[in-house]
Unconditional design. Structure first.
Length: 169
């Protein structure tokens, strides 16, 4: 059962985070964690830790502490899709797209109709980097080179499939 003062700090942190002041939110959320520690809570609220990690990541450059907080929360509370949402957001802020996708997918496996997870999943760009990074993706040269690259990779993949299907001699 949550401690009322810790829960109050958590709610203030969420409201502040939603309001856009991530640094202040991190302070409120850290306060909720510390209150629980002071009371010697046997099963701390992992949502406090998860949102603390998210607030840290949003208040500045996502660092190891933010990632670790969210990872720890998901390891200790495996079936809370909101924790995977926060972990995915932190990974996304840290430019770790594949890990963000994995976190969102895990959250969606738990709660397939979770709208925020579905929304975050749709935001992640799964395309390869443009062939010429110094030219905008929409530039005709990048479009042409991207199509050529796609055809070459498709042929290569098709050739590998045919090689696997060929009988060994």
């Amino acid at each position: 059962m949550p401690i009322p003062s810790a829960e109050s700090s958590f709610r203030k942190g969420l409201a502040t985070l939603t309001g856009g002041d991530a640094a202040a939110a991190a302070r409120h959320l850290q306060s909720a964690i510390l209150i629980e520690r002071q009371h010697g809570v046997a099963r701390p609220q992992m949502r406090y830790l998860s949102y603390y990690g998210l607030a840290l990541a949003q208040s500045g450059r996502p660092n190891a502490a933010a990632i670790q907080a969210c990872e720890t929360a998901t390891r200790r509370d495996l079936f809370n899709p909101d924790l995977y949402l926060n972990l995915g957001r932190v990974y996304s802020l840290a430019d770790r797209k594949s890990r963000a996708l994995a976190a969102f997918e895990r959250g969606l496996a738990i709660a397939p109709n979770h709208p925020a997870l579905a929304s975050e999943m749709a935001k992640i760009d799964r395309r390869q980097a443009p062939p010429l990074a110094f030219v905008p993706r929409s530039h005709p040269i990048n479009k042409l080179l991207g199509k050529v690259r796609g055809v070459l990779f498709a042929r290569r993949a098709h050739g590998m499939e045919r090689a696997k299907a060929a009988p060994a001699s």
